[in-house]
Structure formats: structure tokens, C-alpha cells
Design a protein around this ligand. Structure first.
Ligand code: PA5
Length: 532
């Protein structure tokens, strides 16, 4: 590594904004000196399209929707007065409701003060709030947050076991923009059942966040839940963290949502600049573009050196991969775009996959997150005249250096400390980088057409399971091979799925399906299944 060369690039390209407490070092990405000039026409177009998006253009043409997450932190820029009013009123009503809960004006059915928060939602209706809740959580949380984001029975039990004797002190927030997501519905029904087992009325502890007119909205109205907050058509799930989806649970937890919104707003203002060298989101998008060849040729490894940021990679994985992972571009051309995101935290990950990053295939670029403040207060000296924080920082710088020595690319984002304001800045920084990148590669970042495929497949499997069960139940005690079953229910094409469904049924009480393994050849299709 030519240290002088990198030193020159560092001072030449380092982006600094003292007011936001933000730095971005792009010098270790291998772009040429003419890169920014070459990209200027594409960037000009990206700026224009970003302006149009913020002014309310239909930027999600497939779903004929506006894309309005940037208005959430600055309602004044919303294209329509009624949208601006709705956003401001929702923020106010989140604050009022939170105050009523904290002050004990609204209590559980038995009159106890709420102390826990159970957020039920999946994907964009969970990851953002969970990332911030974890990053800013402390033993000073006013309400202690818990999350259910799956339909895994054991996972549900694990979370509910913490709340077993606390249900009357637990506020449940069910979050679903569409209001019909299966995993969310299932967790909600399990939690309802849990409340009923304790002779408690779920509705008196429940809040919904959903689109007006959705199934969830009508359930919550019919059952007279405690409260409902809106989710709007013009907000996508993965960019909903600063709508009621995120600000309600976070405010209830005790997090200062004004500062979070302010951080995002200030970063939006900064990243509206059309001079690329002064715009860190545009710089990020361009670094992704050059490093991945504009076609996802490299993976993004997130390495925040801070335990509190451990969920950042998970959050960004969805934000980036669901937004950018697209088969077609806006002109309908097959492009198969996307950037794979992985990572957890440093220095922990140095002891897991760094070995491969240094010596394996050069198919990634690292994004380091450096947090300048180690902790509140003074740290003890541990060894070599150094604190634990000095070591953490040394590991970050050492790893950066090692990667560069091996010719591997990296970016470094620096923030002052972990607080509401800087996390707001980080959220906006990445949301806008995603928008810019999508414009650069001409894709719709705001739809997720392929997600429906997996859901459709699952619906078909449930249908098949019900067919087999009803066949077995009407022929109780009679034993069948998979082939016979397939034939009887007219599913000869689906033998493998049938076998897997039956094995699952056999392994779970309730459905009363039994199996006799054939003892001869190792052929699963010769096993016998029956119901009794
Ligand atoms: O970002 C997205 O759009 C998705 O990840 C959704 O948030 C996720 O599928 C959950 O959808 P819903 O909020 O409708 O339950």
C-alpha cells in the first residue's frame, strides 16, 4: 500500500459536516480522478428525479404511488397541504398518547401502569423501529420494548415468556401497512389468545398502525382497541421508521423523537445539495456504483464498531436489498440489479469472517461506522496505557489498514456519538443514498414485486396440507404411501412437498398424523402415513 497516495486521497476527498457531526471517507474506494466528472450527467438526472420525487411525482409507477418518506421529518415540503397536516397531527397525537401512557392517564384493564411494549410487525414494519430501539435502549426505558416479527411458535413463546405475569402492564402495537400480513396476523392471534388465557381483554391493551380501510383497521375498530394510528399509501414499509410505525414505539420507550426527526431533516437538507462533493448520500451512492460496477458485482459488508449498532446491517439489508434488488429497470429491460448486504459489528466480526475478507475472493467493499464517543464518562486504563475504547478504535483503524494493504475497498462513516440526532442523520443518509442509487441504475426502489411469489407459494402449501388432512381424517386408521396420497388428492406433481408437509404434521401434536418408516430401501416415498 502506498500510504502517501492514500493520505493525499484522504485529505482531498474527505467529506466533513461539523454541524451534523458527520464525516465520510471515500478515499479507499478505487475510483479514478475523472470518475465524478464522468458521472456528472447521470448525477444531474438523479438530482432532478429526486426533486420530482420530493415534490410528489409518482415515483413508484408500478403501484401508482407517490413516495413521501422525506416529508415525514419536514411536513412543510409535502406536495399537498392535507398531507402536511396529517403528518403533523399524527406526530402530535403520538406525543399526546405517549404522555397519557407515561403519566398513567391510560392504563391496563386492571388499572396498572403500562411498563412493557410488544410490537408485532414484520419487515419494514419492524426492522427500523427495532434497530433504533436497540441502539438507544437503556435501563432508563420508560416502556420496555419487545418484538414479534415471525410466525415461529417457539419464537412467540420465547418472547411471551417474559410477559407472562405482566400482560396487564403490556401495551401491544400491531403494525401492518397492508393490514393482512400473515406472520403479523398469526402473532396477533397468538397474543390475543394469551391475553384470553389470563382473562384479560386484549382490546384494552392494543393499538393498531395501518392504512385506513385495511383489514387490521376494521378489526381494531370493531373490537374497540385502545387506539389506532395511520400508515399512508405514500410511505413504503422499509422507509416507514419515521412515521407512526417507528415514532410511536420509540416515544413510548422514552426516546426523543423530535431529535430523531430533526437529525433526519437536517441530513435531508444537506443531501439536497446538487454539488456532489458536498452531498454525502450522493457520494455514498456513487461509491456503491463504482465499487459494484453499477450492477451489484460486489457485496456491502457493514462493520459498525459499536454494539448498539449491531442491528444496523439487518436494517440496511432490507432497506437496500428490497429496494435495489430488481429484475427489471424502469424501461422494462432485464437488469437484475441489487447489492447484497451483510455484517454485524466490529471488532466481533474480526473473529468470524474477516479472515475471508482479507484472503478470500475480492467480492465486497466494507462500510466502517466509526463512533467517536466511546461511552458517557471516563474509561479506565486497561493495558498499554489504553482504554477498551482505544482498543476498539485501534481495531477499526487496524482492519481498515489491513484491508487496504490487501487491495480491498472500504468506506468509513464517522459520527460523533450514538444519540437520537445522529441516528436520524444515519437513517436519512442511507435512505437518500438508496434513492440516488436507484436513479443511477434506473430502477423502481419502492416496490417489491417478487415478495408476493413466496407468499403465494405458502398459500398453496396450506391448501395442500388441508387437503391431505381432510383426506386422512375421512379415512382414519388407513395407511398410505405418498404416491397413494398424491393420487387420491390429485397432487402427483407435488410428491416432495407432500412428504415434507406430512413429516411436519407427524412432528407436531394436534393434527394426529402418524408415520411408519419403511425399513427396507432408503426411499421416503415408501413410508406410510395415517391419521387416528
Ligand atoms: O418494506 C416493505 O414494504 C415490506 O418489508 C413490508 O414492510 C412487510 O412486508 C410488511 O408489510 P405490512 O406492513 O403490510 O404488514
Amino acid at each position: 500500500m502506498d500510504k502517501k497516495k492514500y493520505g493525499d486521497r484522504f485529505s482531498r476527498y474527505l467529506f466533513i459536516d461539523e454541524e451534523l457531526g458527520l464525516q465520510l471517507d471515500i478515499s479507499r474506494i478505487k475510483f479514478t480522478d475523472s470518475f465524478f466528472k464522468d458521472m456528472e450527467p447521470k448525477m444531474k438526472l438523479a438530482y432532478t428525479r429526486m426533486q420530482e420525487l420530493e415534490k410528489g411525482a409518482i415515483s413508484n409507477p408500478d403501484e401508482n404511488r407517490m413516495v413521501g418518506h422525506y416529508w415525514l421529518r419536514n411536513p412543510e415540503i409535502a406536495p399537498d397541504r392535507s398531507i402536511a397536516v396529517e403528518i403533523s397531527q399524527t406526530i402530535e397525537s403520538v406525543k399526546r398518547f405517549t404522555k397519557d401512557i407515561h403519566m398513567g392517564k391510560i392504563r391496563g384493564e386492571k388499572g396498572r401502569l403500562f411498563e412493557n411494549l410488544l410490537v408485532i410487525g414484520i419487515g419494514g414494519s419492524s426492522l427500523g423501529p427495532r434497530f433504533i430501539a436497540e441502539a438507544l435502549g437503556s435501563d432508563r426505558n420508560i416502556l420496555q420494548p419487545y418484538f414479534l416479527d415471525n410466525t415461529d411458535p417457539d419464537g412467540i413463546d420465547r418472547v411471551l415468556s417474559h410477559l407472562e405475569d405482566e400482560l396487564d402492564k403490556t401495551l401491544v402495537i400491531v403494525v401492518s401497512k397492508s393490514g393482512g400480513t400473515i406472520e403479523t396476523r398469526n402473532s396477533m392471534e397468538e397474543v390475543k389468545y394469551f391475553y384470553s388465557l389470563k382473562n384479560l381483554n386484549f382490546a384494552k391493551h392494543a393499538i393498531s398502525i395501518t392504512q385506513p380501510g385495511s383489514l387490521l383497521a376494521s378489526i381494531s375498530r370493531k373490537e374497540e382497541w385502545l387506539m389506532g394510528f395511520p400508515m399512508w399509501d405514500w410511505i413504503g414499509g422499509r422507509t416507514s421508521v419515521l412515521s407512526a410505525v417507528g415514532i410511536l414505539p420509540l416515544a413510548l420507550q422514552g426516546i426523543n423523537i423530535d431529535l430523531l426527526l430533526e437529525g433526519a431533516k437536517r441530513c435531508d437538507e444537506l443531501t439536497r445539495k446538487e454539488n456532489t462533493s458536498e452531498n454525502p448520500s450522493a457520494l455514498l451512492a456513487l461509491m456503491w456504483y463504482t465499487s459494484t460496477g453499477g450492477q451489484g458485482g460486489k457485496q456491502m459488508v457493514m462493520l459498525p464498531y459499536k454494539d448498539r449498532l449491531e442491528l444496523l446491517a439487518k436494517y440496511l439489508q432490507q432497506l437496500i436489498m428490497e429496494s435495489l434488488g430488481k429484475e427489471l429497470d424502469l424501461d422494462g429491460k432485464v437488469v437484475r440489479q441489487g447489492i447484497a448486504v451483510l455484517g454485524n459489528k466490529g471488532s466481533t466480526d474480526q473473529h468470524s469472517y474477516l479472515q475471508q475478507l482479507l484472503e478470500g475472493p475480492d467480492n465486497f467493499f466494507v462500510t466502517f461506522i466509526e463512533v467517536l464517543q466511546d461511552r458517557e464518562g471516563i474509561s479506565p486504563i486497561i493495558a498499554e496505557k489504553s482504554t477498551s475504547g482505544d482498543y476498539l478504535h485501534a481495531f477499526l483503524l487496524g482492519t481498515r489498514e489491513a484491508l487496504t494493504t490487501k487491495g480491498r475497498e472500504s468506506l468509513t462513516i464517522t459520527i460523533q456519538k450514538i444519540d437520537e440526532f445522529s441516528l436520524g442523520v444515519l437513517l436519512a443518509l442511507f435512505e437518500r443514498a438508496v434513492s440516488f442509487y436507484a436513479f443511477l441504475v434506473n430502477i423502481n426502489a419502492y416496490h417489491q414485486p417478487a415478495v408476493e411469489m413466496g407468499k403465494k407459494g405458502a398459500r398453496e402449501i396450506i391448501k395442500m396440507k388441508n387437503q391431505i388432512l381432510s383426506f386422512l381424517q375421512s379415512n382414519q386408521g388407513k395407511r398410505y404411501t405418498i404416491l397413494e396420497l398424491a393420487h387420491n388428492i390429485d397432487r402427483e406433481e407435488d410428491m416432495e412437498s407432500l412428504y415434507k408437509i406430512l413429516l411436519h404434521l407427524v412432528n407436531n401434536p394436534g393434527h394426529e398424523v402418524k408415520r411408519e418408516k419403511n425399513t427396507g430401501e432408503n426411499n421416503p416415498f415408501k413410508d406410510l402415513f395415517w391419521s387416528n
